[in-house]
Design a protein around this ligand. Structure first.
Ligand SMILES: [Zn+2]
Ligand SMILES: [Zn+2]
Ligand SMILES: [Zn+2]
Length: 338
């Protein structure tokens, strides 16, 4: 490869790829542009750096990664959040079941990007997703821009009580919130969607809230409930899928209802599986929704100690859960012919 060729891989661009939040309220904001101003924080290629003030009282922002890297993941060049949903890559990719295909080493990445550029088909980050994952993203997506994020960074001297600049201080005089996870984020991890503490917390919160995947307090429960199976899905298919997370004691399929119970030998196995299937999973080419099984209610005393009833059906209609739990008995009322 000649010197000229390698220069051509440097990136020059007219306008940055930004999310609404990073751009700020005024779409006609004045930007400074510096060709090959910095190296991309992901691929280290020199690229055009844009810098602008996203509104009064905000801090200056600049592009941190190159456009090729941004396009590859459909993320903002500044905040590295998904452009469509405003969510971390890891949240989007777990919900949609996307693999991180972007190579991390230089040579492979260049090949990969050249191929992408040649085909010129932007990656489809939602079209090929399973419906459960798409639903999840819709629920989690931030509606509208969030300009608070553009405020100046916190003044570290103020936090220690030693800032002497008072009103002249360009940093924000507020005490930091209890969790410092955001500060610990690493741009490359966030870009590849791995090891992102913020994403992990969002996923855990979302799944606990909506999918009923928060482990139930009753430690005797070691079963998961699956909905959306095809008539062809066998107990062996299900066992084969979940075996990786823990030893499966039994699988009860209810073909008429397209649902099944996976009973794990240990609670730890069930928890590992529940953790892994956040946002749903795909078995036999079909996207499956997953919830925790429940102990069968015994009489009016809800607080009475319950015997282990792994695989018992979750609660009947009237439950506030987002998912409809059919009874395990296929002939029970409410059965839908498939
Ligand atoms: Zn790059
Ligand atoms: Zn952004
Ligand atoms: Zn200060």
């Amino acid at each position: 490869m000649s010197k000229n060729e390698s220069l051509q891989t440097w990136e020059d661009s007219e306008f940055p790829i930004l999310c609404e939040t990073c751009l700020g309220e005024n779409p006609y904001v004045r930007m400074t542009k510096e060709r090959f101003g910095k190296e991309c924080k992901v691929c280290a290629k020199p690229f055009t750096v844009f810098r602008w003030l996203p509104g009064r009282g905000m801090r200056y922002k600049k592009t941190e990664i190159c456009q090729s890297c941004a396009k590859l993941k459909n993320v903002c060049q500044t905040c590295i959040l998904d452009l469509e949903h405003g969510l971390p890559v890891q949240v989007r990719d777990s919900a949609l079941g996307l693999e991180d295909a972007a190579p991390r080493d230089d040579i492979n990445r260049r090949h990969y990007m050249e191929n992408q550029a040649r085909t010129d088909t932007p990656l489809d980050f939602s079209g090929r997703a399973n419906p459960a994952g798409r639903e999840m993203l819709k629920r989690m997506a931030r509606r509208g821009p969030y300009y608070e994020r553009n405020k100046p960074h916190l003044c570290s001297f103020f936090a220690k009580g030693t800032c002497t600049r008072g009103n002249e201080c360009p940093y924000r005089h507020e005490l930091p919130k209890a969790d410092g996870e955001l500060a610990k984020q690493n741009i490359i991890d966030r870009y590849h969607g791995t090891n992102d503490p913020v994403a992990k917390r969002m996923l855990a919160r979302s799944s606990a809230k909506v999918d009923g995947l928060a482990p139930p307090d009753d430690k005797s429960i070691a079963s998961l409930f699956l909905v959306g199976l095809t008539a062809e899905t066998s107990a062996d298919d299900i066992k084969g899928y979940f075996y990786a997370y823990g030893e499966v004691k039994s699988v009860n399929v209810v073909p008429a209802k397209g649902c099944a119970f996976v009973n794990f030998k240990t609670r730890a196995g069930a928890e590992a599986a529940a953790q892994a299937v956040i946002g749903g999973c795909v078995i036999g080419g079909k996207s499956i929704r997953v919830a925790w099984g429940r102990a069968r209610p015994k009489g009016p005393r809800a607080d009475a100690p319950k015997p282990t009833t792994a695989g018992a059906p979750p609660p009947p209609p009237g439950s506030t859960r987002a998912m409809a739990y059919p009874s395990q008995d296929p002939t029970a009322q409410g059965a839908q012919p498939k």
